[in-house]
Design a protein around this ligand. Structure first.
Ligand code: ATP
Ligand code: MG
Length: 368
């Protein structure tokens, strides 16, 4: 089936670190890999949104962007099938953000539980920029610009997807003549050119693991919270991070609480049978040295990461005569993805502006 005939997926990552972590892998990347053939996929690097917390470090955001694309390639996302999209190069997203900001109640944005959690866990206090809550509106535009059917995300993003669904429905009701009682799924066919309703109402697809906890045992694993095992971490570093998990068992026969990160990692990274055996041994009060379990979990994670790490290392190598590579290769991939993405996003913006009575001609967006 040609890509144009397939339903679309939009999802993405913010370049707040030089690479992705295990939470991304089991929460979202696995789903992306599985659905790459069935769907026309758009994977977005939310580089503008990275400025919400890193405005003073523009150089880092640029380096992080290239690093994350390298991780995408290293895990097997395929730019021949899927578009790798750079948010800052899609003008329709910025314009839709402004338009959506007019129909989303301010207090609804400020009550968004994901924003609240982030303000707390990232220690943003009272000093965050205006653009920080604005990113929640922007994320609605990131998604709806592609009129996708599915948005594969971790559980922390559910509130954002809910807001995105609300925006799509409200827009269609206000400007697309869709009645208030029409169910979400009947608004528009995903990807359709919008006979009436402009936006299909997209669904979140939560991954195999909705929320992987960080090695701190406090927060979800996060790029910004110093609690992550990165996909590019060397084997020794991975094991060291696993060893640093506090299990807080008073004796070697005490149970391991389900809420402990080691407990979740046993379930997520060991084969199911082995995981249930270890869990049963802990529950039965058998003598267990946590160090042995940590070594087993670390080895399983390293086996998963080995091929990813070596592909990432190869991508770090600079281009050589006759061989593309390094940052230049990544930039080429981004430029191709942006071109494809702008074709879709410009069409969406045109449909939205037409519905709002804002269309006065068609413009062309592109590289020089
Ligand atoms: P930051 O700390 O800068 O917010 P992050 O680690 O939360 O970074 P994002 O770029 O915000 O990463 O999220 C990218 C995608 O990965 C989202 O769909 C998010 O839900 C998912 N994700 C992130 N962390 C986890 C996790 N620990 N478990 C499951 N999914 C996750
Ligand atoms: Mg996040």
């Amino acid at each position: 089936m040609s890509n144009a005939a397939k339903p679309r997926i939009l999802t993405g990552d913010t370049p707040t670190a030089t690479g992705l972590h295990l939470g991304h892998y089991v929460g979202s990347l696995e789903t992306r890999l599985r659905l790459q053939d069935e769907y026309d996929c758009y994977f977005l690097i939310a580089n503008v949104h990275a400025f919400t917390t890193l405005a003073e470090k523009a150089g880092e955001i640029r380096a992080n962007t290239l690093g994350i694309v390298k991780d995408w390639l290293a895990v097997g996302l395929d730019p021949e099938r899927s578009a790798f999209v750079l948010q800052s190069e899609i003008p329709a997203i910025a314009e839709l953000t402004f338009l959506f900001a007019m129909i989303i109640p301010f207090n609804k944005v400020m009550r968004n539980p994901t924003l609240k959690t982030e303000i707390e866990s990232k220690g943003l206090g009272e000093t965050y920029p205006f653009g920080f809550p604005m990113y929640a509106v922007g994320q609605c535009a990131d998604i709806l610009a592609f009129r996708p059917e599915l948005v594969p995300v971790g559980e922390d993003q559910e509130a954002h997807i809910e807001m995105c669904r609300d925006v799509a429905m409200k827009f269609n009701q206000l400007y697309g003549g869709v009645g208030n009682r029409v169910p979400a799924d009947d608004h528009a066919r995903a990807g359709s050119a919008g006979e009436n309703a402009v936006f299909p109402v997209p669904r979140a697809r939560i991954g195999r693991v909705a929320r992987l906890v960080g090695i701190d045992g406090q927060n979800k694993m996060s790029k910004s919270l110093n609690n992550a095992i990165f996909l590019y971490d060397e084997a020794k570093v991975v094991q060291k991070k696993i060893n640093s998990i506090r299990t807080d068992r008073p004796t070697t026969t005490s149970p391991l609480p389900e809420s402990n990160p080691l407990s979740q990692y046993i379930d997520v990274f060991l084969p199911a049978e082995r995981a249930s055996q270890i869990k049963a041994d802990y529950a039965a009060g058998k003598t267990i040295m946590d160090g042995h379990v940590k070594a087993e979990v670390g080895a399983a994670i390293n086996a998963l990461l080995d091929p990813i790490r070596s592909r990432r290392a190869a991508l770090e190598a600079p281009a050589a005569p006759g061989r593309a590579g390094g940052d230049a290769l990544v930039v080429d991939v981004i430029r191709a993805g942006v071109k494809k993405a702008n074709a879709v996003a410009e069409e969406t913006l045109m449909l939205a502006k037409r519905a709002m009575g804002l269309d006065f001609g068609r413009r062309v967006v592109g590289w020089e």
